[in-house]
Design a protein around this ligand. Structure first.
Ligand SMILES: *Cc1c(COP(=O)(O)O)cnc(C)c1O
Length: 378
C-alpha cells in the first residue's frame, strides 16, 4: 500500500494533513484544550443548544425511562413512540404532510437520493454541494450535472439540453451553503423545476433553527414549503444534538421506509437523542431571540471585516474570510489562536484551489464585545 505513505507525505509537505485534536470541553461559545480556552468559531452549535438546560433535561429523562440504546433498526424493535411524536412535530414545523427521521444528515442524503433515483434518471446539483449529496448522487447511478454555484441560467441551460433525455429528474440545492454562508435563488429554482417537470430537494442543514418566522428554515422564510417535494435538514447543527429529517408527502415517506437502505439497515437513534431533538424544535419556535441576535451579530462581523478591506461572503451565521492561499489561511489561523480565537483554516480539497479561507461560525454566546475585539485583532 504505497499510496498510504505517499498521500500522508504529500499532505504533510503541503501543510494539508488532516488530523484529530481532542478537546476537553466546549461551553458557551468557548472551547478548551486542557486548561487553555479559546473563543470558538469552529462549531455548528449556533444557538448553544448542545448544552441548553431544558434540552439536556429532556434527554436525561428519556434516557432514564427508555435506556441508552434503541436496540434495533426501526423496522424491527427500535421504534419507540417518541420517534413518531418527533416526526409529527417536524411535519408541522416544516409545514409538510409528513416527516421521516434519519440517523444523520449523511445517512439521509445518501439514502434519500439513491433510493428515489437510479439509472435512466437525471440529477442536477449545485457545484458546491456537500459531500453527502455528491455521495448520494453517485450511489444512485443516475446521470448527473453540476451547475455553477447559485447560477440559475446555467441550471436552465442544462435542463433545456438534458431533461428530455431522461425519465425522472431531480434538482438539489442547499439553502445555506456550508463553506460560503450564502443562499440560492430558491424561487427561481422552484420555477425551473416546475417548468421542466423535475422534483426539488433542499438541504437545510445550516438553515434549520436559524431562518424563517418559526425558525424552520429558508423554505419557510420564502413561503415555498408546499412547492418543494423533498425538504431535508439536520438536528446536528443549530438544534444542538444529532440526526436528520426529511419532510415530504406521506407517499414518499412510505416508499422510503420500504426502500431506503440507510434507513432500514442501521440501528435507530437512542431515545435521549430523539427527546433532545423534540425539545430543541419546541424551544426554537418559542424563542426567536437567540437566532435574530445571532444573525445581527453575523451582519456586524461581515460589515466590519469588509470595512477593514477583507474579502468576505455570505448572508448567514457563517462568515468566510477568503485568503486564497492555503498556507496563508493556516498562518492566519495560528496567529488568531495565539490571541485566543479558535477559527479553522478551510483548504483544498474541501474548497477549490485558490479559495482557502478562515470560516467563522458564529454562536449565540459570542457577545458583540467579543466580536469587536476579534475585528481589531485580525
Ligand atoms: C453537516 C451537513 C450534512 C451532514 O449532516 P450530519 O448530521 O452531520 O451527518 C449534510 N448536508 C449539509 C449541507 C451539511 O452541512
Amino acid at each position: 500500500m504505497d499510496k498510504i505513505e505517499k498521500l500522508l507525505r504529500e499532505r504533510r509537505k503541503n501543510g494539508l494533513l488532516r488530523a484529530l485534536k481532542p478537546n476537553s470541553l466546549r461551553k458557551e461559545g468557548k472551547i478548551y484544550f486542557g486548561r487553555e480556552g479559546f473563543i470558538d468559531f469552529s462549531s455548528n452549535d449556533y444557538l448553544g443548544y448542545s448544552s441548553h438546560p431544558k434540552i439536556k433535561e429532556s434527554a436525561s429523562r428519556a434516557q432514564e425511562e427508555l435506556g441508552v440504546g434503541s436496540s434495533a433498526s426501526r423496522l424491527l424493535s427500535g421504534d419507540p413512540r417518541i420517534y413518531h411524536k418527533l416526526e409529527e412535530k417536524i411535519a408541522a414545523f416544516k409545514d409538510k404532510e409528513s416527516a421521516l427521521v434519519f440517523n444523520s444528515g449523511y445517512h439521509a442524503n445518501i439514502g434519500i437520493i439513491s433510493s428515489l433515483y437510479g439509472r435512466g434518471d437525471v440529477i442536477f446539483i449545485d457545484r458546491l454541494s456537500h459531500a453527502s449529496i455528491i455521495d448520494g448522487v453517485i450511489l444512485s447511478g443516475a446521470r448527473f450535472f453540476r451547475f455553477r454555484h447559485n447560477d440559475c441560467q446555467h441550471l436552465k441551460d442544462l435542463l433545456r439540453k438534458e431533461r428530455d433525455n431522461f425519465r425522472d429528474a431531480l434538482i438539489i440545492t442547499e439553502t445555506v451553503f456550508s463553506m460560503d454562508g450564502d443562499r440560492p435563488p430558491l424561487k427561481e429554482i422552484v420555477g425551473l423545476k416546475d417548468k421542466y417537470n423535475a422534483f426539488l430537494m433542499v438541504d437545510e442543514a445550516h438553515a434549520t433553527g436559524i431562518f424563517g418566522r418559526k425558525g424552520s428554515g429558508i423554505a419557510e422564510e420564502e413561503g415555498l414549503t408546499k412547492r418543494i417535494e423533498l425538504i431535508m435538514g439536520t438536528f446536528s447543527k443549530a438544534l444542538g444534538s444529532f440526526g436528520a429529517y426529511l419532510a415530504c408527502s406521506k407517499k414518499i415517506k412510505d416508499y422510503l421506509i420500504n426502500c431506503c437502505r440507510s434507513f432500514i439497515y442501521s440501528t435507530a437513534l437512542p431515545p435521549a437523542v430523539i427527546a433532545a431533538n423534540m425539545a430543541a424544535v419546541e424551544l426554537v419556535q418559542k424563542d426567536p431571540l437567540p437566532r435574530t441576535t445571532l444573525l445581527k451579530n453575523a451582519d456586524y462581523l461581515r460589515s466590519s471585516l469588509l470595512k477593514k478591506g477583507f474579502q468576505v461572503r455570505g448572508i448567514s451565521q457563517i462568515v468566510p474570510l477568503i485568503v486564497k492561499d492555503a498556507k496563508e489561511a493556516l498562518a492566519r489561523s495560528l496567529s488568531l489562536q495565539k490571541k485566543g480565537y479558535w477559527v479553522l483554516p478551510i483548504r483544498p480539497p474541501t474548497v477549490a484551489e485558490g479559495e482557502s479561507r478562515l470560516r467563522f461560525s458564529l454562536n449565540y454566546h459570542h457577545s458583540r464585545e467579543a466580536l469587536e475585539r476579534l475585528v481589531s485583532d485580525i
